[in-house]
Design a binder for this molecule. Structure first.
Ligand code: ATP
Ligand code: MG
Length: 344
């Protein structure tokens, strides 16, 4: 896997080519001060009062409006101002509204899948930039995009391609994980397909294996093959309830991409996968017995909560609680309004 191949899998590179076959999305350039802010562990997402914190000075001097922590008369309470990015915030909100009010956020390559334990509703669905920031700041995958996008590339000595960081907002779509598949393409040939949510058993995949394979093969031949910038790549698809296939993402053909029910060794070189001449090998979980723990389990609670409990990363908890509170207040207000309307 070469650096250039990784660069080709950035969202804004593949999206214009396959726009018709994927979920509607908008891309916004990430200003440098927002990138610095995402990488800075010591900054908050939401402003407000904090109890018993140590006074620290915000190091993010590039943000559009940053105030230092102010001590109130009562020494146990501080008011912390999170950095604000008014112009970027309004652009993002406009884009969220244009996509129907709920979005799935990503950076150039990755979504903050490993951070959904901190999300308000345990999902990556976002309605505001604060929610997106909270997820991004809690995600190792997002940090990886920002700090080492060319990790594991074979051409380490060549210069890194220039990367323009971007916030990708995709219209929120309820996808049934049983309809998701990962497809491996080598030398422009579809060689293997794996159930994406491989830790679960889906009876329908097993019974409709042949139809699924055919639908994906047809989609590949009609819309994907020879249209991408490389001949080795991995694409993810969703087969909806009507059997229509949609493109979800493009990924590099190499170790940075999870090979799911295959191993990279067999995808690269030999065995069953390469003996098949006509149709790709499709693998899915075959019984409840094979069900394994979720792959993101190790990201879920231990690390971040360990940080929280030692006080090293109290900011994330504060942000989480504040977002939760404002969401509650909003829904109480809505209930009150509904109550008043009902009384009238
Ligand atoms: N628009 C969307 N609305 C709701 N859920 C989505 C949307 N797009 C993707 N998802 C869900 O999020 C999962 C991850 O999305 P995606 O493949 O874009 O992220 P990724 O970071 O590139 O993942 P990977 O590291 O596995 O390549 C998908 O498998 C799908 O279940
Ligand atoms: Mg991906």
């Amino acid at each position: 896997m070469k650096k250039e191949q990784v660069a080709h899998c950035q969202f804004s590179v593949w999206y214009p080519i396959f726009k018709k076959h994927t979920i509607k999305s908008l891309v916004l350039p990430l200003p440098q001060n927002v990138i610095d802010y995402l990488l800075d562990d010591g900054t908050l997402v939401v402003s407000g009062s904090v109890l018993n914190t140590q006074p620290t000075h915000n190091t993010n001097s590039d943000s559009e409006s940053v105030e230092d922590i102010q001590w109130s008369d009562d020494e146990t309470t501080t008011t912390v101002t999170a950095p604000e990015f008014p112009e970027f915030t309004s652009n993002v909100q406009e884009a969220i509204n244009a996509l129907g009010g709920c979005v799935f956020p990503k950076l150039n390559w990755s979504c903050p899948r490993d951070a959904n334990w901190i999300a308000l509703n345990n999902s990556l669905q976002c309605q505001s930039l604060s929610e997106i920031f909270l997820l991004f700041k809690s995600s190792d995958f997002v940090t990886h995009d920002l700090t080492q996008p060319f990790h594991k590339c074979s051409d380490q000595d060549s210069p890194d391609p220039e990367i323009k960081y971007e916030l990708v907002l995709r219209k929120w779509s309820e996808l049934n994980p049983g309809g998701e598949f990962r497809c491996f393409v080598k030398e422009n040939k579809l060689i293997a397909i794996s159930q994406r949510d491989y830790t679960q058993y889906y009876h329908h995949i097993l019974t409709q294996k042949e139809q699924v394979r055919l639908a994906i093969q047809q989609f590949f031949h009609q819309h994907i093959q020879y249209n991408f910038l490389d001949e080795d790549f991995v694409f993810d698809v969703y087969s909806d309830s009507q059997g229509r296939v949609w493109l979800i993402d493009l990924n590099p053909f190499g170790e940075v991409t999870d090979s799911l029910l295959f191993t990279w060794e067999e995808l690269m070189s030999g065995g069953e996968v390469h003996q098949q001449q006509e149709s790709p090998v499709l693998r899915c979980s075959t019984s409840e017995v094979t069900v394994q723990p979720s792959p993101c389990l190790s990201y879920r609670i231990p690390r971040d909560f360990a940080d929280l409990s030692t006080g090293e990363d109290a900011y994330k908890l504060i942000d989480f609680l504040k977002l939760k509170k404002s969401q509650q207040e909003e829904s109480e207000e809505e209930e009150d309004e509904e109550g008043e309307e009902a009384q009238q």
